[in-house]
Every structure is written in structure tokens, then in C-alpha cells.
Design a protein around this ligand. Structure first.
Ligand SMILES: C[S@@+](CC[C@H](N)C(=O)[O-])C[C@H]1O[C@@H](n2cnc3c(N)ncnc32)[C@H](O)[C@@H]1O
Ligand code: SF4
Length: 423
């Protein structure tokens, strides 16, 4: 009970009750050298380094998040975060502020020196994206030799931990499960127990939308998303026999884990609640490489504000931000939330704690859900003037604007058509 009050879960509940974020995600660059078949950063991203936030801007953003909003965990991703030479300087800065830091990387840029630096930076966990073993990973990632690079990176980090007698960073292996790697979970599980050990296997289902779902997700009169979650070629969604094979592998992995019974029991109770229309992102803060504070990583096309032009406090407490969540609560999920976000929580590999946390956060009343429209949070900073005027909107504003066009670009599949992805 004491650890519930003082530990991570207790902290998260306290933050949530005050309408404050617990975690921040930074896409520190959109630059990337791989050509993954499920990701568009390499294709559509803004690759101009000059537009990215500078090191000191990211560090002061970290300071404001921890100092003004009480954030304790941050995650650095991209694009490929290690394409920025200052990635580990940012980690060191966040660690000096006492934050828990996670980096997500495709692992092509981790030589022995960088592995040493990763360990000595104090980084808490590093998540390497691995979408299959050997040639399968290369195929999904669109680069021959990508598996050799990422598996080498994992081994080098594990060696560096041994050299420095360090338990951190925890090594996580993360697979995006799609129609291309639905049968790779067990081989990856074995790799985590053998060549990558000690490593934790995590996975998520591929995020993919239809043009109708993208067009249907409108709020505040704006299209919230663009092409980012449209397939580059044919759909990679997991269906039919492939879905069955994938589920069988999940069941076998659960069967092999000690947490098996607890996880399955919890999943059975919690799963229906997780499907309710409660946005799991009300407690996270997302920043893109250019300082735009986004709704979440699904709605890439809409920002609540831009840093450093506005402070993090001002952006977090902005009327747009509060009313967006209130609208979701009143009117239900938008089509993209339903298609991408709701199914994500469906599968866990032995993570009862994560399931319990998701459940608890849904039961705790948050000011995002309990206040009246136009009313401020209790924790509103005194110096902030909040416009009480509600946004002009219909009951389901997104359902009224099916006509918005998605800009066509070469290589992007038009509705119903497939364009082969490059390798
Ligand atoms: C965008 S990447 C950035 C970090 C780094 N470049 C990497 O690949 O790990 C962050 C995570 O999102 C995953 N990802 C990419 N496209 C995805 C999609 N369509 N659906 C779900 N996850 C995706 C990647 O595999 C990776 O684990
Ligand atoms: S998933 Fe990561 S490595 Fe692959 S294209 Fe996207 S940003 Fe690049």
C-alpha cells in the first residue's frame, strides 16, 4: 500500500488527478536513414536540420516540463534520435534533473564508444526496434544489414553495461507487428532470452489508417492528421490467418512467463474497460522536432502551441488542449482514435503492472473529464489568463467535414490502390 502511495503509480494518480502530465515524448528529429515499410518519417518528414529545436531549447523544455508540470519521465525518439549528435547530452541533462529517460532507436548508430556513453549517461532504458530476426527485419526496415546493425548495437550496450557494472539502461526489444512480421514474435522472444539477454520483449500492433479515417478526424475546424498513418504501399494490417498465428504466439509466450496467470486474469477484467472511449494520452506531452506540442503521436498535423514561443505551462493549460479532451469525453473517439489508439492496448506480454496502471488511470477522475466547459483546472497557474469562450463547434464536429482533401504525393497509395514500397 505504501509503495502505491509513494511509487510510480501513486505519482501518476496524483498527477492525473491534478490534470498534469506524467510523461513527455520528444521526436527530436524527423531525419532517418532506414526505409521502414510501416513508417513515413523517411518519406514525408521535414529533414531540414536547421528547423529543429537546438540543444539548449530542448534542455529548457525539459526543465519547464519537470519544474512547472511535474513530469518525471521522458522519451526521446524521432526519426532516428542518434542522428542528432546531442542526443546523449539531452539525456544527461534530463538525468541531472532526476528524470527517468528512455530512448527509442533503430540501432544503426551505436558503436562501442556510443554504447559506453549510453551506459555512462545514466539512461534508464533503451528501446531497440526489431521487427523480426535476420532478413525479415531487413525487409521490414528496407535496408540490407539492418538486423546485423541493431543486434550488434544491443550486444554492445549489454557489453558496456557489464564493463561498467551497470544495471542500466534496461534493454527493450520492440516489434511493430504487421502482416510482414506476424510470425516473428517467438523468434524474437527466443533472441531476448539468448543473444540479446537480458532484454525485455515489447510489441505493438501496426498503426495504420484509411483515408476515410484521416478525413473524418477533424476538430477545431482543422484536419488533425495527414498522410502519416496511411500505408505507403499495400495495407500492412494484421487480419485473418495471420492474426490467428500472431495470437497463438502471444498465447505461447504468455504460457512461458511466470506472470502468465496474473496477466491473463487482469487482461480479461481490464480489456473491456480499456476499450472505453477514454483517451490514454491525457497524461502525456508530445513535442515534435520543431517545438510544436501535439495532441499525441496519432494527430501529427495539429499543435496546441509552439515552444519556445509559448511556455509549456501556457500550452498545457490552453483552452484548445483542455477542450479537446473534454470533447473526446463528451462526443466519443474520433475515427483515428478508434482505429489506431483503442486496439493498441489489446496485447501485453506479461505486463500486469501496465494493465493495472491503465485501469487505475481510467478510474481516477481528472480535471480533463470532471470540470465544466470553459472552467479552469484547480492547478491553473495564477499568472495565466484563460479565455472562457468555448470553441465554436457542432456536437460531432469531425463528422461534418468528410470533404477535406489529403494531398497526393508520389509514392503514396491512393484509396484502394497499392504502390510498392521501396526496400
Ligand atoms: C517512429 S520510430 C522512431 C525511433 C527509431 N527511428 C526507431 O525506428 O526505433 C518509433 C517507434 O515507432 C515504431 N513505428 C514506426 N511506424 C509505426 C507504425 N506504423 N505503427 C506502429 N509503430 C510504428 C517504430 O518501430 C519504433 O519502435
Ligand atoms: S520506424 Fe524509425 S527507423 Fe523506421 S523509418 Fe520510421 S523513424 Fe526511421
Amino acid at each position: 500500500m505504501l509503495s502505491l502511495a509513494t511509487g510510480r503509480l501513486g505519482y501518476e494518480v496524483r498527477q492525473y488527478k491534478r490534470g498534469l502530465p506524467t510523461v513527455a515524448s520528444f521526436d527530436i528529429t524527423e531525419r532517418c536513414e532506414l526505409h521502414c515499410k510501416m513508417c513515413r518519417f523517411w518519406l514525408d518528414g521535414d529533414h531540414d536540420e536547421a528547423n529543429e529545436l537546438r540543444t539548449e531549447e530542448i534542455c529548457s523544455l525539459v526543465d519547464e516540463l519537470s519544474g512547472d508540470l511535474g513530469v518525471r519521465r521522458i522519451r526521446l525518439l524521432g526519426g532516428e534520435p542518434f542522428l542528432r549528435p546531442d542526443a546523449l547530452a539531452i539525456v544527461r541533462h534530463a538525468k541531472s534533473r532526476g528524470l527517468h529517460v528512455n530512448v527509442v532507436s533503430e540501432g544503426s548508430h551505436v558503436d562501442e564508444d556510443r554504447a559506453d556513453e549510453i551506459v555512462t549517461s545514466g539512461l534508464d532504458s533503451i528501446r531497440f526496434s526489431v521487427d523480426g530476426v535476420g532478413a525479415r527485419h531487413d525487409f521490414v526496415r528496407g535496408k540490407r544489414g539492418a538486423y546485423e546493425l541493431v543486434s550488434g548495437a544491443i550486444r554492445r550496450v549489454q557489453d558496456a553495461k557489464r564493463r561498467h557494472s551497470s544495471k542500466t539502461p534496461e534493454v527493450q526489444v520492440f516489434a511493430v507487428i504487421s502482416s510482414l512480421d506476424y510470425d516473428q514474435l517467438l523468434p524474437l522472444y527466443e533472441a531476448c532470452r539468448n543473444e540479446f539477454a537480458p532484454a525485455r520483449l515489447l510489441f505493438g500492433l501496426v498503426w495504420e489508417a484509411t483515408p476515410e479515417e484521416v478525413l473524418g478526424s477533424v476538430w477545431d475546424g482543422k484536419q488533425l492528421a495527414d498522410r502519416h498513418h496511411l500505408p505507403i504501399g499495400s495495407s500492412l494490417r494484421l487480419e485473418g490467418e495471420r492474426l490467428r498465428i500472431f495470437e497463438e504466439q502471444v498465447a505461447r509466450i504468455h504460457g512461458k512467463q511466470e506472470t502468465n496467470i496474473a496477466a491473463r486474469l487482469l487482461a480479461r477484467v481490464v480489456q473491456p474497460l480499456l476499450q472505453r472511449d477514454i483517451c490514454p494520452e491525457t497524461n502525456s506531452f508530445h513535442v515534435d522536432p520543431f517545438g510544436r506540442v501535439k495532441l499525441c503521436s496519432v494527430y501529427m498535423n495539429y499543435a496546441f502551441g509552439k515552444y519556445p514561443e509559448s511556455s509549456v505551462k501556457k500550452i498545457w493549460y490552453s483552452r484548445k488542449h483542455r477542450d479537446f479532451h473534454l470533447d473526446l469525453d463528451e462526443n466519443g473517439f474520433l475515427p483515428l482514435c478508434r482505429s489506431i489508439c483503442a486496439p493498441v492496448a489489446s496485447y501485453y506480454v506479461g505486463a500486469p503492472r501496465q494493465l493495472a496502471r491503465n485501469l487505475l488511470l481510467r478510474l481516477v477522475p481528472s480535471p480533463f473529464r470532471t470540470r465544466n466547459r470553459g472552467e479552469a483546472f484547480d492547478e491553473r497557474p495564477a499568472d495565466l489568463v484563460i479565455d472562457p469562450e468555448p470553441l465554436a463547434r457542432g456536437r460531432h464536429p469531425w463528422r461534418q467535414s468528410k470533404e477535406l482533401p489529403i494531398e497526393a504525393r508520389s509514392g503514396v497509395a491512393a484509396p484502394g490502390q497499392g504502390v510498392g514500397a521501396s526496400t
